[in-house]
Ligand binder design. Structure first.
Ligand code: AMP
Ligand code: ZN
Length: 464
């Protein structure tokens, strides 16, 4: 089946056809490194991880670029508040960002260019825009003249009829109702302190939007395949990127724009300004694993809002555990007599998985195919109808889908090992050898297994 993506630019689901066969140029807007990213931000990066990994699963050679916004209104404001340089300030959060990507099992992009390393490239684009009549200077700052760019508004479907000619907006972020000429370059003002560059277009610093035009075209060319971000990036950020880039190059910028919906909390977007956010560290400190958060963020469709709750996170943990237990227990399986039916189950699972993701990354369908498969194989195994060769093919198929999902945990402890230790602990308790029974309990805790004594005997749980 053809690979289909919903393209924000056309508002349609379209077949994905790369510019160069077999290759994909992918640009993903990265973090503004002024604080720890929250799990809402990671929803966007997780969607991009799914996209990247699935494209690779399909055999594409992917070049993904993610920028680091290490200069903007917020980074300057907060570094000054702390009294440290912008570089020192952002370095702290860049480091934290990469640690968090690892905790979540997000695969690294090919490059993470930083905005402050690309000031000359941004100045070049601004000069071209001025030459093309699309930008103008005012008090040392430069603005994009949106009335001169006929396609302005095509991504966000803006109604441009009520536009006030010459109205300007200097801040990096603004709402649709203040659509107006936006800042490409901001002349130095005292508020910026020691943050400025002396350039051909004067002393100052770039606006936010221009950085992505400069870094994407430098690293992927003027025209490339896919550009993504969270839905809030669509306007004004991506609309402005299109205007700046197409206005400077005269070529079509990007073929497919894809945007993921918000992670919400009680009906509202998770965001720093609202204060309703959790960082990844908040969740791991509560005992949730990075893979459980990964499961939660990945398991619902990227174009549907995802409501964050701790119940949802616990449910994600349980599903993740089922997935891992299945593989762990199969690895320890001794084998039986094949009845030949595992092969068709494998084919059905792999076909279902790929067909679902081909359909605009329908992850629920893909996970559904896997959990049906798990049930089917478990019953074959329980009936002794799975041979060692069958088992190996099942494990191979699971490893294949795991290149996309990355749900496998490194330290899998087998159910059978746990149960054996619990039996030994019970025996020790009966023999009143409490030193030994306590030691076994502590060893289990070390392995992330918690015991609960109930009237029906000992129950155990994995750490979520
Ligand atoms: P920022 O650091 O604010 O520029 O955001 C980085 C990325 O996270 C962008 O792609 C945003 O669209 C995305 N983002 C921010 N908040 C959320 C949220 N609550 N849900 C999903 N994506 C978000
Ligand atoms: Zn961007």
């Amino acid at each position: 089946m053809a690979l289909m993506f919903r393209n924000t630019l056309t508002n349609k689901k379209e077949e994905f056809i790369p510019i160069e066969p077999g290759k994909v140029g992918l640009y993903t807007c990265g973090p503004t490194v002024y604080n720890f990213a929250h799990v809402g931000n990671f929803r966007a990066y997780m969607f991009e991880d799914l996209l990247r990994r699935f494209l690779k699963f399909k055999g594409f050679d992917v070049t993904q670029i993610m920028n680091l916004t290490d200069i903007d209104d917020k980074t300057i404001r907060d570094s000054q508040a702390e009294g440290i340089t912008l570089k020192e300030f952002t370095a702290r959060y860049i480091k934290a960002f990469f640690e968090d990507l690892d905790t979540l099992g997000i695969e690294r992009a090919e490059e993470y260019p930083a905005a402050t390393d690309h000031i000359p490239e941004m100045v070049e684009i601004i000069k071209k825009l001025v030459a093309n009549g699309l930008a103008y200077e005012s008090d040392g700052s430069y603005y994009f003249r949106i009335s001169a760019f006929k396609d302005y508004g095509k991504l966000a479907n803006l109604d441009m009829s009520g536009l006030k000619a010459g109205a300007r907006v200097a801040s990096d972020e603004y709402e649709k109702d203040s659509v107006s000429d936006f800042a490409l370059w901001k002349a130095w003002s005292e508020e910026d302190g020691d943050v400025f560059w002396e350039t051909e277009i004067g002393k100052g610093r770039p606006g936010w939007h221009i950085e992505c035009s400069a870094m994407s075209t430098k690293l992927l060319g003027n025209h490339f395949d896919i550009h993504t971000g969270g839905i809030d990036n669509m306007f004004p950020h991506h609309e402005n990127e299109i205007a700046q880039t197409e206005g400077a190059t005269g070529e079509k910028f990007v073929n497919y724009w894809m945007h993921c919906e918000y992670l919400i909390v009680e009906g509202r977007k998770m965001s720093k300004s609202m204060g309703n956010y959790y960082t990844l560290r908040d969740l791991t400190d509560k005992g949730y694993s990075g893979k459980a958060v990964r499961y939660l963020l990945l398991a619902s469709h990227y174009r549907a809002q995802l409501n964050f709750t701790f119940d949802g996170l616990s449910a994600a943990s349980s599903s993740l555990e089922r997935y891992n237990d299945f593989v762990n227990n199969l690895e320890a399986y001794g084998g039986g007599e094949s009845d030949g039916s595992s092969k068709s189950a494998i084919d059905k699972m792999l076909t279902g998985f790929e067909a679902a993701l081909d359909d605009d990354l329908n992850i629920s369908g893909a996970l559904g195919a896997i959990f049906d498969f798990i049930r089917e194989i478990n019953s074959l195994r329980d009936e002794g109808k799975l041979s060692i060769e069958d088992r190996d093919s099942v494990l191979e198929a699971m490893a294949r889908v795991d290149t996309v999902l990355n749900f496998r945990s490194e330290k899998g402890v087998l159910d059978s090992d746990i149960e054996e230790m619990i039996v030994k602990r019970n025996e020790a308790r009966k023999a009143r050898d409490f030193a030994l029974s306590d030691k076994i309990r502590d060893d289990l805790i070390e392995m992330g297994i918690f015991l609960e004594d109930t009237p029906d005997g000992v129950r155990w749980k994995r750490k979520v």
